[in-house]
Write a protein that binds this ligand. Structure first.
Ligand code: ATP
Ligand code: MG
Length: 687
């Protein structure tokens, strides 16, 4: 049990009875404390399902589950390991009824939210809707409802938004839908206002562990407090120097409040870093130096000095991307050459290229493709997350399961078919009253008495169309027939026109329609049996019916999210890299204006200072992802809008205080890159 833990880590792992805070720098084994503590709690007799570990992302949750499985085996599957948001979903699904929420409520994505906001506020402008979304989200995470927001509005604009918010909330209730913020604020309300529910959860959860605690927001903290109750059996681990979600409402107050709210809190510091070489760690410590210290800490490493951190000045984005590719090829070629001498082989997955903003991935992707280097864009949008694909999947899901209410609501409103939200609200109320699904409610005899005839007529028309579609889907199989079916369906519901109407730019609409075509081809191929989804185990090519294929779609969508552990280079934003580590890291585009990111010039000095501090923490997070080598590159010329402007190295590069002699690039690298390229050409057969 004590294997692989130092004394301070062990103290944290063995402190079972009361509240515990582990406050420590990057790579010091905080996340490791959490996984080992899960094992320790189980060993001490706490049932696995009474342990909850909260991570920052779903991916981190999956990783933690895997590590826990390695430590404790089977029971790991019963531990609740998830994000605050998925924990919120669970609370609401189990006990949301007391708030008037159906068990099958749906969760809106950003597209869903903006489209409702546009509707409520009578605008077609996407930027306005997004601005509203931000404001409403900020109010919600501060715990305000629409009335309270209106009461404290400071100007006309805020008053308008508060009024839109009131309508928006009504709409969500009618649709039995919640947004992302609701997943925290509604469970909070649930626990605050309903003592029996609160007691149930406090009794159930024997210990709650929270990773990345520095990035929790005010409502998450309140939720945590209610979950653990006065006994406070929890373990929080975090690093104030890695707080990078202040812009989304995360607050370090949560760290300061902890000792006050829980006087019995045991605070443990970890100082040894097990991740990075001394050269990398020194650069990181220097960078974070200028920030004010909430909790001073020193980090040291036993992993030796290692290679110097290297800074590379590049002509422009494309050049930078080529350099990154050359670096990867050269290190890999170097390791291949050294193979006989026992040096470790460097896989693609040992490399990560990190950047500040999503758009910076484009040039990198192009260069990696050209060099035939496999990569994945982490945090990027998966095909199945696109709004248009989700729309179509909602229809297909509804064919498979008529009682899927979220799918029902999405299908009946996308595209709009003259059935207003009032009708849907009435249908929803009816369904709730009689405890039936929306689809079932639609055909109920007593609905006629509850709704105006015109509304019932519209609903019946939709229901009949669905029944007809389902019947045909059941009897359609083979590639061509499926294609015809899908064409006919999209024409009947007017989906292409809907895209054209909902996008201001025809180009964007065309791109989304292109995705729809891809999706239809993909479905049709499955109906033809050309592709099988069982991982290539079956070779039979039986045609399948559309309904059968629809049934597998939900499954396939989740599988494609799980294809992690491939040997590929990772491209990631700095934000999405939190908590992860790679042997070789390249930080790209480390320029003034990019990192620190240039914002609104109208900010006052104090606000600007705070932003710079957060950007500095982001740089610190980036540096501390690296285990063995770190390259930092910046652009001599960079794009700003459509123009090229001269680029300046980020102030954070100077702050790393690198030894001038080591900053220069290794000339051998270029040579090695060239050699690697030749080797690759020689290895691939002539076209
Ligand atoms: P971050 O602040 O980036 O989230 P962290 O503090 O959570 O980092 P971990 O990811 O838990 O750090 O650990 C960093 C690395 O050090 C991991 O590879 C982990 O396996 C290793 N490690 C942690 N503790 C020990 C230890 N006591 N002995 C050996 N290796 C350790
Ligand atoms: Mg961690």
């Amino acid at each position: 049990m004590s294997a692989g833990l130092n004394i301070a880590q062990l103290a944290a792992v063995n402190h079972l009875a009361g509240p515990c805070l582990v406050l420590a720098g990057a790579g010091s084994g905080k996340t490791r404390v959490i996984t080992h503590k899960i094992a320790r709690l189980i060993q001490a007799g706490l049932a696995a399902h009474r342990i909850a570990a909260i991570t920052f992302t779903n991916k981190a949750a999956a990783e933690m589950r895997e590590r826990a499985r390695q430590l404790v085996g089977k029971p790991a599957k019963d531990v609740v390991i998830c994000t605050f948001h998925s924990l919120g979903v669970r609370l609401l699904r189990e006990d949301g009824a007391v708030l008037g929420l159906k068990q099958q409520f749906s969760i809106l994505d950003t597209d869903g939210i903006t489209s409702i906001l546009k509707d409520c506020g009578g605008t077609t402008d996407a930027a306005t809707a997004r601005q509203w979304q931000w404001a409403i989200s900020a109010w919600k995470s501060a715990g305000l409802n629409a009335e309270q927001a209106l009461a404290q509005a400071r100007d006309e604009n805020e008053r308008v938004i508060a009024l839109v918010m009131a309508k928006y909330q009504e709409r969500l209730a009618a649709y039995q839908s919640v947004d992302f913020d609701d997943l925290i604020s509604l469970p909070l309300k649930l626990l605050e206002q309903h003592a029996p529910v609160r007691e149930k959860w406090q009794k159930l959860l024997g210990h709650v562990l929270v990773d990345e605690y520095q990035d929790t927001n005010a409502t998450q903290y309140e939720l945590l407090k209610l979950l653990v109750g006065e006994r406070g059996r929890f373990t929080a681990v975090g690093d104030d120097d890695q707080s990078i979600y202040g812009w989304r409402g995360a607050t370090l107050d949560n760290l300061k409040k902890l000792p006050q709210d829980f006087p019995a809190l045991k605070v443990i510091k970890l100082e040894q870093n097990y991740r990075s070489t001394s050269a990398i760690l020194r650069a990181a410590n220097h960078v974070i130096g200028p920030n004010p210290k909430l909790f001073p800490k020193t980090l040291w490493s036993e992993l030796g000095e290692g290679e110097p951190v290297r800074v590379i000045a590049c002509d422009h984005e494309d050049h930078e991307a080529e350099r990154a590719v050359a670096r990867i090829q050269s290190l890999r070629a170097g390791s291949a050459a050294a193979g006989s001498t026992g040096a470790q082989h460097k896989a693609f997955k040992d490399f990560a290229i990190l950047y500040r903003a999503n758009h910076q991935a484009r040039a990198l992707e192009t260069a990696l493709r050209k060099a035939q280097i496999p990569y994945k864009v982490s945090g990027g949008q998966s095909f199945f997350d696109r709004a248009e694909i989700k729309d179509l999947c909602a229809w297909l899901r509804l064919l498979v399961n008529n009682d899927d209410d979220p799918a029902f609501l999405r299908a009946i409103t996308t595209p709009k078919r003259g059935i207003g939200h009032q009708t849907l609200a009435q249908l929803g109320a009816f369904a709730t009253q009689y405890k039936v699904s929306l689809f079932e409610a639609l055909f109920s005899h007593s609905l006629q008495a509850a709704l105006p005839a015109r509304a019932v007529h519209g609903l019946h028309e939709f229901g009949r169309y669905l029944n007809d579609l389902e019947h045909r889907a059941r009897h359609t199989s083979g590639h061509e027939a499926a294609k015809a079916f899908l064409d006919d369906w999209l024409k009947t519901i007017g989906y292409e026109q809907y895209l054209l109407d909902s996008e201001e730019s025809d180009k964007v609409a065309a791109a989304r329609w292109g995705n729809v075509i891809d999706f239809c081809d993909w479905v049709a191929q499955r109906c033809g049996g050309q592709i099988d989804d069982t991982g290539g185990l079956t070779t039979e090519r039986e045609p399948k019916t559309l309904l059968e294929v629809a049934q597998t779609i939900a499954l396939i969508a989740t599988i494609s999210e799980r294809e992690q552990e491939q040997d590929v280079v990772t491209l990631s934003t700095l934000h999405a890299s939190k908590g992860l580590e790679w042997p070789h890291v390249i930080l790209a585009g480390v320029n003034e204006g990019l990192l620190p990111f240039q914002r609104d010039d109208s900010l006052n000095d104090e606000a600007l200072g705070k932003l710079i501090e957060e950007e500095r923490r982001l740089m610190y997070v980036g540096i501390t992802r690296a285990q063995h080598t770190l390259v930092v590159s910046w652009l001599k010329r960079r794009k700003k809008g459509r123009e090229m402007v001269p680029g300046q190295p980020s102030r954070f590069i100077a702050e790393m205080q690198l030894d001038a002699a080591t900053v220069k690039e290794d000339p051998r690298e270029k040579l090695r890159a060239l050699r690697a390229e030749f080797a690759q050409r020689a290895a691939s057969p002539p076209a």
